[in-house]
Write a protein that binds this ligand. Structure first.
Ligand SMILES: Cc1ncc(COP(=O)(O)O)c(C=O)c1O
Length: 354
């Protein structure tokens, strides 16, 4: 398959002259900065936030590069993965003309972001065992298909997608395959992040919002070719990651061991919770998970959801989602939280659950 980014990019993006910020135009060290209309006196906080942050987040990228084994030039940082998704649309999809493929049930923002950008979505549902329908995808691709979003491990089903199927897409699709690996740290399966040199049409998304415990900082990452990173940098708002987020994320990224311990604990709790939920009368099935949540088929999702809410426990009702009929999505909590959840669910008699 020949891949030429110029055949995919929108014409306005090819022509785009990006905004050049004060920090883009002068990159060295100086003693007096009078170039960015900042408050020269300081900021009313213990830490000085009066200066604009590094628009390219180099320190953060260098640390991520060390951890992931991917050069910093191959990394784009977004204001959450959601910004990465939006930028993919704005770079490659002509509104009202192009389309993208998604494989529901999956993460909702691929579709919402498409609607925002007036890009049409073609849905190729997962098979009944929550894997890619490769034939369906082949049939759905047309001249205007620019992106395929695959989520592995998938939200809300929790399973990883078959590696061979994803490789088939990467080898045969002339557009870009975006693999959303938000939950990869909890998975038994390998990331695609080491395959970037193999596939010029690959974008791997990860985030600090899940295993890293930094959802409030809004730091999402894309790992891809330098060509695609350069395009994304042209489109993003100049200072898309605030200084507080950059500094705190950098600090957190020094503490890999702590995070790895939580990941191990989450995976162990996932196993325990899955077994214990599986024994409950109101539970019909607990699906295998490679993520930090479980998809659980119940006799009465809405009733159980309400009873949990009454006890102050909030899970996600996914029962109206195609292929997830009867299902709740339950995040793996701390041992104490999981015990509290189980205690409430255990006490629901089969008869009243209906
Ligand atoms: C599959 C998937 N991708 C991305 C995200 C959002 O990540 P971020 O917080 O980086 O925007 C989520 C959040 O639930 C998710 O489930």
């Amino acid at each position: 398959m020949d891949f030429d980014i110029n055949n995919l990019l929108r014409e306005n993006i090819k022509r785009l002259v990006p905004y050049s910020s004060a920090r883009d135009e002068f990159k060295g060290e100086a003693s007096i900065y009078l170039d960015a209309n900042e408050n020269s006196f300081g900021s009313p906080l213990p830490v000085a936030y009066n200066r604009y942050p590094d628009p390219m987040q180099w320190k953060l990228k260098q640390r991520i590069a060390e951890i992931k084994g991917v050069p910093a030039e191959h990394i784009f940082i977004g204001n959450g993965s959601d910004e990465v998704i939006d930028i993919m649309y704005r770079a490659f999809c002509n509104p009202g003309v192009d389309n993208v493929l998604i494989c529901p049930p999956t993460y909702g923002m691929y579709e919402v972001s498409a609607h925002i950008n007036d890009v049409s979505i073609k849905k190729v549902p997962l098979t009944s065992d929550f894997q890619l329908d490769i034939e369906g995808l082949e049939l759905a691709v047309d001249e205007q298909t620019k992106l395929i979003f695959v989520c592995s491990p998938n939200n809300p089903t929790g399973n990883a997608l078959n590696r061979n199927d994803i490789e088939l897409l990467l080898n045969n699709f002339g557009g870009i395959v975006v693999i959303d690996e938000a939950y990869i740290n909890f998975s038994r399966h390998r990331s695609f992040i080491q395959e970037l040199t193999e596939y010029p049409n690959l974008v791997v998304m990860q985030t600090l919002s899940k295993a890293w415990g930094l959802a409030a900082l809004r730091v999402g990452m894309a790992f891809t070719s330098t060509l695609i990173v350069d395009v994304m940098n042209k489109i993003k708002p100049p200072y898309n990651i605030g200084q507080a987020s950059q500094a705190l994320a950098l600090e957190a990224l020094q503490r890999v061991d702590e995070v790895n311990a939580w990941i191990r604990e989450t995976v162990a709790e996932r196993q325990k919770l899955s077994e214990e939920l599986g024994r409950l009368a109101v539970v019909l099935a607990v699906y295998p998970s490679d993520a930090n949540f479980l998809l659980v088929k119940t006799v009465d999702p809405r009733g159980i959801y309400r009873q949990l809410v009454d006890k102050g426990i909030i899970v996600r009702d996914r029962s109206r989602v195609e292929l997830c009929e009867g299902c709740l999505r339950i995040t793996v909590g701390t041992p104490e939280e999981n015990r509290a959840l189980l205690a409430v669910m255990e006490a629901i008699p089969l008869a009243t659950a209906h």
